[in-house]
Design a protein around this ligand. Structure first.
Ligand SMILES: *Cc1c(COP(=O)(O)O)cnc(C)c1O
Length: 385
């Protein structure tokens, strides 16, 4: 009989497993073998080889990722940037044009502004919250539209349903980086996105011990992306596949705790007299709160805020915190704190930062799995110094 896997929690544990289990092992072993015996394949892309992402560790993960986002299939890659670069280089070619959300992840911004132009691919930045402004940016050669579910570092949520609809109407491929939301809070296929991308380095693995990426979507598109990936070479190592699969099993409990903890912490910070602004889509005061409520099942584990005293005060505050580690990245079990201007957004000019509303002293916090009360006590104590 087929396993009953209606709930995402069940799919996180059981989907994609080899049936029957290999040698009865409850946990799928690591296939640390670069190459596999030839069995008459006629096509290079069908040979079994780690770079072709078709070892049992890769295919099992791909089935699980597809199952948790309600999509047909998936591909894992060596990093989030490998997923993003491979996808864009599949759907775009010389002479093509991309519409891209204006405030995207720093690496993505660098890719579309410095690498793609060398291949003759142009990008226009759009405001994902203003559907009325998109049509004027369309060109005859526009092929795709690229957004993020929750942006970094101000946690903006665009009009995602309208983005997917706009793409369908105008024959564009819609691509969304779902890293910040995770499939616990948002499943892009449900609102009609063609491709969902992840930096699995963050929540999906969740333990800050590997770098990995994923591309999830319909089979025909993922087949095309896989073909490109096989040539570009950014495949995930089997041991990292194993760790990612293990991390995924606890995704639902981790992210729900982080949703809850981040909301409580955001509320506390908002009431603190030394805090000037808090950005978290779960707060009524957030610009995109209503849209976030309509689209998301939870608001995620990242928030950002500004404190009185600007950069100097922010540096002092980060220095005296005892639990959050001062480090870039997010989504792990340890809370991390960083100033986006120095880590994730260093390439933006002062004018670009000002236009995006990112203050020099802005502090970003990724909530881990520590006791919420301890984190609040640490934040309060550090704000009083
Ligand atoms: C970290 C991150 C990436 C890049 O992922 P890597 O795994 O570091 O290559 C892409 N998008 C978002 C939203 C991220 O946070």
């Amino acid at each position: 009989m087929d396993k009953i896997m209606a709930g995402i929690e069940t799919r996180l544990i059981h989907a994609g497993k080899p049936e029957p289990p290999i040698e009865g092992a409850v946990i799928t072993p690591i296939f640390q073998s670069s190459t596999f015996e030839y069995t008459g394949q006629k096509n290079y892309h069908d040979l079994r080889y780690i770079r072709l992402s078709n070892t049992p560790n890769h295919t099992g993960l791909a089935r699980k990722l597809a199952a948790i986002e309600g999509a047909e299939t998936a591909l894992v890659t060596a990093s989030g940037m490998a997923a993003i670069a491979t996808t864009l280089l599949t759907v775009l070619g010389g002479g093509d044009h991309l519409l891209c959300q204006r405030c995207v992840y720093g690496g993505t911004h660098g890719l579309v502004t410095t690498e793609l132009p060398r291949l003759g691919i142009e990008t226009t930045f759009i405001d994902p919250g203003q559907p009325a402004t998109w049509k004027a940016q369309l060109r005859r050669n526009t092929r795709a539209i690229y957004v993020e579910t929750i942006s970094n570092p101000l946690l903006e949520v665009g009009d995602l349903r309208a983005i997917a609809e706009f793409a369908r109407t105008h024959g564009l491929i819609s691509i969304i980086d779902n890293t910040f939301a995770t499939p616990i809070n948002f499943r892009p296929a449900e609102v009609g996105f063609d491709l969902s991308l992840h930096s699995c380095t963050k929540y999906l693995n969740g333990h800050s011990d590997i770098v990995a990426g994923a591309i999830i979507g319909a089979r025909d598109l993922i087949d095309r992306v896989t073909h490109t990936a096989n040539h570009l070479g950014g495949a995930l190592d089997p041991h990292a596949c194993f760790l990612l699969d293990r991390g995924l099993k606890t995704l639902a409990v981790r992210v729900r705790h982080q949703n809850e903890s981040a909301l409580r912490i955001a509320r506390c910070l908002e009431q603190h007299p030394r805090v000037n602004a808090v950005y978290y889509p779960g707060l009524e005061s957030h610009r995109d709160h209503l849209r976030a409520c309509e689209l998301l099942d939870g608001f995620g584990g990242v928030l950002s805020f500004e404190i009185e005293g600007g950069v100097q005060a922010a540096e002092t505050f980060i220095g005296v915190l005892t639990l959050p580690v001062s480090a870039p990245s997010l989504g792990g079990v340890e809370s991390l704190v960083t100033r986006p201007v120095t880590t994730s957004h260093p390439a933006m000019t002062p004018a670009q930062l000002a236009e995006a509303g990112i203050a020099d002293g802005l502090i970003r916090l990724s909530i881990g799995l520590e006791a919420t009360e301890d984190l609040i006590a640490d934040l309060r104590r550090s704000l009083s110094i």
